[in-house]
Design a protein around this ligand. Structure first.
Ligand SMILES: [Zn+2]
Length: 358
């Protein structure tokens, strides 16, 4: 089966071609001999990347395969064809055998401190076991390990860091030795310096970045995935916890209030910023376009925000975009998404492994 995509093919932020073909599921720029082809016309982008998504989770923990499938289909139909799964309690390995579902790069299961995360999500452990659990998840995942770096400490009544510096340093070194990168969920300020100095590769949410830690991230090239569509829920969470944890509540509100400034300052300093929705848990799947819009709202130039879910994100994750020979995973739109990123909200056609899926 040959697929012919015509119109404008956005091979890179500055590189535009008139057409490409998909032959046996792979991209080629050489016109195939076969005259018969399915034709799709429009503006083509590489399949979008959601770099923080959870397939196989709902608010109570792991879900069954049909529910996981529905989540993956919702992401796919929104144009997300590559997911970095930022922690799941479910085994979703079967999805790898389905050529009609997004490709997934897994971080194994979250690793959290005992009673310091959402129930049923994580391995909940103490620091003495951190290295062993990181090694285990590094072997189970697809090149990433996910830590919960800070969470509410009910005794302190506020967010506090979860791991001592020494243990986290040893754990990150072990992950790197096993060829895996490490990322951590961090809302607040105080876990960031230790994690970055310990060699972490990425921070999720990163709402606690300040002028003290931004230069450190920039210098070491530590990426952030702000998940602004999730941060939008902070005021509601803060209201819910106000009576019992007023300090935590005020902290969450403050992090929320400065979220756009934080992302903009990080971007301006040269910190790599990527698109992630945090779908799963409590947030709906399929919000990738909304997150790109949020990044633009924060002040990231539209072309850079696009790259954060396409060319740039794929390079960061070590996956091809629209290169010759790459899997033909692309999304086709009615108009130029570089001119207005809101175009992403309505894909005309979704193509996976050279097949028109939606
Ligand atoms: Zn998450």
């Amino acid at each position: 089966m040959v697929l012919h995509v015509k119109g404008r093919v956005l091979v890179g932020p500055e590189e535009v071609r008139d057409e490409l073909w998909a032959v046996d599921g792979r991209i080629t720029y050489e016109r195939p001999r076969s005259a018969e082809a399915v034709v799709v016309e429009g503006w083509a982008l590489p399949g979008l990347v959601d770099a923080h998504c959870h397939v196989g989770l709902d608010q109570h923990g792991a879900v069954d395969a049909p529910t996981s499938e529905k989540q993956a289909v919702t992401d796919r139909d929104a144009g997300t064809l590559l997911i970095r799964d930022a922690g799941s309690a479910a085994d979703t390995r079967w999805i790898d055998d389905r050529d009609d579902l997004p490709k997934i790069i897994r971080a194994g299961r979250h690793i959290a401190r005992t009673r310091r995360y959402i129930r049923n999500y994580a391995h909940e452990i103490e620091p003495g076991d951190l290295v062993a659990y990181v090694a285990r998840e590094a072997r189970r995942g697809d090149g990433w390990v996910k830590l919960v770096g800070d969470w509410i400490d009910r005794e302190a009544g506020d967010l506090t860091a979860c791991w001592p510096r020494g243990e986290v340093e040893a754990a990150i070194a072990e992950a790197h030795r096993l060829g895996a990168r490490v990322t951590a969920h961090c809302f607040a300020e105080d876990s960031l310096r230790d994690l970055v100095e310990a060699g972490i590769d990425c921070i999720e949410h990163a709402t606690g970045l300040t002028e003290d830690t931004i230069p450190l991230f920039a210098e070491r090239g530590v990426a952030i995935v702000p998940t602004l569509v999730n941060i939008a829920t902070f005021p509601r969470l803060a209201a819910g916890g106000e009576a019992k944890f007023p300090r935590w509540s005020a902290h969450m509100r403050a992090l929320h209030a400065r979220r756009y400034d934080t992302v903009r300052s990080a971007y301006d300093a040269g910190i790599p910023v990527f698109v992630g929705t945090d779908a799963g848990g409590s947030l709906a799947h399929g919000l990738v376009a909304a997150e790109v819009e949020e990044l633009v709202k924060a002040g990231i130039p539209p072309l850079e925000a696009l790259s954060a879910t396409t060319w740039g994100a794929r390079a960061w994750l070590g996956r091809p975009a629209l290169q010759e020979g790459a899997p033909a995973d692309l999304v086709v739109y009615d108009s130029d998404p570089r001119a207005d990123v809101r175009v992403l909200a309505g894909p005309r056609r979704v193509i996976l492994n050279g097949r028109v899926i939606g």
